[in-house]
Write a protein that binds this ligand. Structure first.
Ligand code: SF4
Length: 164
């Protein structure tokens, strides 16, 4: 399957917990003031690659803890994102994902992807709530959500490093 990406960072230490293969997906309609990745906004920008190429690269690195789907808005390419997420889970690795949606506002058709995500950082970037001390996120409205526990407990459970 083809996926439109802005770029890949094969070993990232800043896009989630541990060592991560970060996939910067191309396309976002939000245009948040102060967005750090404006080059990822154009829906026809970036480049098309085959998801199998990315999965092969992930398989080659035994040091990875997981992948991070970021962007751009990963939920705009939900099928391709899900293919990467599912393959990653099959490798025994974890999946983190950024989105401009809040967890509560995710469109219903994204539920399959959500099943393959361990940690969701939700909400768009809000410049007036920017906080440089936050871990893995840019503004205070964004949450680092433990999706499995959230589903189990039927309420938002935040990810914590201990046991997270
Ligand atoms: S949702 Fe994310 S990528 Fe999109 S404009 Fe906002 S900060 Fe940028």
């Amino acid at each position: 399957m083809q996926i439109r990406i802005a770029g890949l960072v094969p070993e990232s230490f800043v896009d989630g917990d541990g060592i991560r293969f970060a996939i910067f997906m191309q396309g976002c309609r939000r245009n948040c003031a102060g967005c750090q990745n404006p080059e990822t906004h154009a829906l026809d920008g970036g480049r098309l690659v085959d998801t199998n190429e990315i999965i092969s690269a992930i398989k080659k690195n035994p040091l990875l803890d997981g992948i991070t789907l970021t962007g751009g808005e990963p939920f705009l390419q939900v099928d391709a994102a899900n293919e990467l997420a599912r393959a990653t889970k099959n490798l025994g690795l974890n999946v983190w994902c950024y989105t401009g949606y809040t967890f509560e506002d995710l469109p219903p058709e994204t539920s399959t992807l959500l099943e393959n995500i361990d940690v969701l950082i939700d909400g768009e970037f809000i410049l007036s709530l920017r906080d440089l001390d936050l871990q893995f996120r840019g503004s205070r409205n964004q949450r680092i959500i433990d999706i499995k526990k959230t589903r189990e407990q039927n309420k938002i459970v935040l990810w914590s490093e201990i046991g997270g």
